[in-house]
Design a protein around this ligand. Structure first.
Ligand code: BGC
Length: 440
């Protein structure tokens, strides 16, 4: 190894170490989250919104056909879901659409029209004239009823003009009517974290009516968030992506990213900006630009979001001797690299992802302690999302952190259930529960 490469390596290791998140730094983060949950719930200042969801745990016997809309990122889908009444569910058909960057910054109506047209195609293809519809809106929204949700400031790069303060359920209803779909009637609006939680409960109780419902729903994809069943206070959407108690593990890279993005605004979604799929690649890009003149001179590496978390996942999974995948990615960014350099890049990506997983572990501990200070009972966390499913070993890192913070015995009572593709099916469960509530 040349002297230059050796000093690069030392520099790379130092940079990677900045993303360490030892238990001593995570413990105060977990405690802060528990405290902020309590404050948010009683309306005191808090970075956690603790939003009402107007749903309750399913019995597991919900049945019927529900049209669902899942909108939470660059893609949206319309689907037809059939609930079997015994914890089983099936996606009968789906229609996907992709939004452009222009869609994300325009007026809301054209976006709702695109969604309504996808519902129209699905309904026509499946011969559905009339059905209840469940709408998963995976952005912050204050529900006032199960079918009324007032949009708060958006996340994940969306900024529709004038959306804030409007009822997204009413906007979708109006778009459905414009598309001639008057008999597809919005029955429920929900967050994706709540859909994950509800699907896990529906499955468990469909198998065994006495099974305890899930306690926490976690999404770790483009964005991140948690929902939790607080018993008498109901199932709440924490909007934990906005948690601001991240100071103990924040780096200069995080501070710069937060400051320089205009959407979400500086100071908003601090936790999400360090943890979720939308940002991990961007953090790595910023770190790479700092590695030396060759890196900072690459025009491709100067483009914000030129790296995404799928790249991080692929780099982490690269088991080739010469790190071929890392090489290919760096070449695409105009930076030819030595094997040593590729190892640094891979280690940096791993350090960023590992910190994300450890922060998620700490946040879950914070929520679990709010539910049960002593963690005496068994608890179930339902998880979904592309980062959770796609990054090699992510779940093991989260579990390891929970073990460090809670101790082996308490941690052994926490079950983490991966509910893949939960959003649409979970939304159908929520609509069926809403129908049962209405008929009571
Ligand atoms: C949104 C949440 C959502 C999460 C996961 C966040 O950006 O604010 O509402 O649950 O992403 O999709």
């Amino acid at each position: 190894m040349t002297a230059m490469a050796a000093s690069d390596e030392a520099g790379g290791a130092r940079t990677a170490a900045r993303f360490d998140a030892p238990a001593s730094a995570l413990e105060p983060i977990a405690r802060d989250l528990t405290r902020q949950m309590a404050r948010g719930l009683v309306g005191e200042p808090s970075s956690l919104r603790m939003l009402q969801t107007f749903t309750r745990p399913p019995s597991g016997r919900e049945r019927g056909r529900v049209v669902v809309v899942d909108w939470g990122g660059t893609n949206a889908r319309a689907g037809l879901v059939e609930l079997g009444g015994d914890g089983s569910a099936r996606m009968v058909a789906e229609d996907t659409l992709t939004f452009s960057e222009a869609d994300k910054r325009g007026a809301p109506e054209p976006v709702f029209d695109l969604i309504a047209r996808a519902v129209g195609r699905l309904a026509q293809g499946q011969g559905v004239a009339a059905a209840p519809l469940a709408f998963v809106y995976s952005y912050p929204a204050r529900l006032e009823r199960i079918d009324r949700a007032i949009a708060l400031a958006s996340t994940k790069g969306w900024r529709l003009k004038g959306l804030e303060g409007q009822d997204v359920a009413a906007l979708l209803g109006a778009a459905l009517r414009r598309a001639g779909l008057e008999r597809i009637v919005l029955a429920a609006v929900a967050n994706d974290t709540v859909a994950a939680l509800m699907l896990q409960s529906y499955r468990a109780r469909g198998r065994d009516a006495g099974a305890r419902p899930a306690d926490v729903g976690l999404i770790l994809g483009t964005g991140t968030n948690q929902a939790a069943d607080l018993g008498p206070a109901g199932i709440r959407n924490l909007e934990s992506g906005n948690f601001d108690g991240v100071g103990p593990v924040e780096t200069a890279y995080d501070a710069a990213l937060d400051r320089e993005l205009d959407e979400p605004a500086p100071g908003a979604q601090r936790f999400e900006k360090m943890v979720s799929g939308h940002y991990l690649g961007e953090i790595l890009r910023r770190v790479l630009r700092d590695l030396g003149p060759r890196w900072s001179a690459s025009p491709a590496l100067a483009i914000p979001f030129a790296l995404d978390s799928a790249h991080l996942s692929r780099m982490a999974a690269d088991r080739t001797a010469e790190l071929d995948d890392v090489d290919a990615r760096l070449r695409a960014l105009g930076v030819p690299s030595t094997v040593e350099e590729r190892r640094h890049v891979r280690a940096l990506g791993a350090a960023i992802a590992r910190r994300a997983a450890r922060l998620v572990g700490a946040a879950l501990v914070g929520t679990l302690r709010f539910l049960d200070t002593e963690l005496a009972a068994r608890r179930t966390i339902a998880v979904d999302g592309s980062l959770w499913g796609g990054y090699p070993g992510f779940e093991a890192l989260v579990r390891e952190t929970i073990g460090e913070l809670l101790g082996v015995e308490r941690a052994s009572r926490i079950e983490i259930a991966y509910v893949k593709d939960s959003t649409s099916v979970g939304a159908a469960v929520i609509a069926a529960v809403a129908a049962a509530q209405r008929s009571e």
